[in-house]
Design a protein around this ligand. Structure first.
Ligand code: GAR
Length: 188
């Protein structure tokens, strides 16, 4: 049995895709979803899907001792950041080397770093007049969006695409590739 935790701060569309993908796979379990945002849409999605959810405040994340204790009880093989917006404390990176992954909604190393998340990324891509964007799934290290790449997929952009259109195209790639990439990593 492989166990993973999902960390999320937002609407939770990636979390929902991952939950659905692994629902009938008996060898892989989503042990918990952890959120730092008490208003996140992901909370209701977890309730509806019957997946355990833990809330930990931003302050709680900045004192990783408690977080490490919580996670230790689950014997995790993988931590998946699925739209998670806080920086991962270095203590966590050290405790789970090459076992924390993130999805970023652009083609890293471009459009990454602090403040580059969600619609901010798509607006920046639009303003730069890019002809393509995509997703980057990567290992997490101490620096925002700088860990080794695991997988990228691209989508073409039209000059008429709005930031919202770009977001939709990127989300389609996330749903197509993120659960499969997680499964592949857990089987390796
Ligand atoms: C996703 O597009 C994810 O790639 C992005 O936030 C969105 C969360 O949506 N993550 C980042 O920007 C991380 N820097 P969701 O809550 O609906 O899955």
């Amino acid at each position: 049995m492989k166990r993973m935790a999902l960390f999320a701060s937002g609407a939770g569309s990636n979390v929902l895709n991952i939950i659905k993908h692994f629902k009938n796979k008996e060898q892989i379990e989503i042990a918990l979803v952890l959120t730092n945002n008490p208003k996140a849409g992901v909370i209701q999605k977890c309730e509806e899907q019957g997946v355990p959810l833990i809330y930990l405040s931003k302050k709680g994340f900045s004192q990783p001792h408690t977080l490490l204790q919580i996670l230790e009880g689950f014997s995790l093989d993988l931590i998946v950041l699925a739209g998670f917006l806080l920086k991962i404390p270095s203590e966590l990176v050290e405790k789970y080397p090459n076992r924390i992954i993130n999805i970023h909604p652009a083609l890293l190393p471009n459009y990454g770093g602090k403040g580059m998340y969600g619609m901010h990324v798509h607006r920046a891509v639009k303003e730069a007049g890019e002809t393509e964007s995509g997703i980057s799934i990567h290992y997490v290290n101490e620096h925002y969006d700088q860990g080794a790449l695991i997988f990228q997929a691209k989508t073409k952009l039209l000059p008429t695409d709005s930031p919202q259109d770009i977001a939709q195209k990127v989300q389609a790639l996330e749903s197509l590739h993120f659960p499969n990439t997680i499964e592949r990593l857990l089987h390796d």
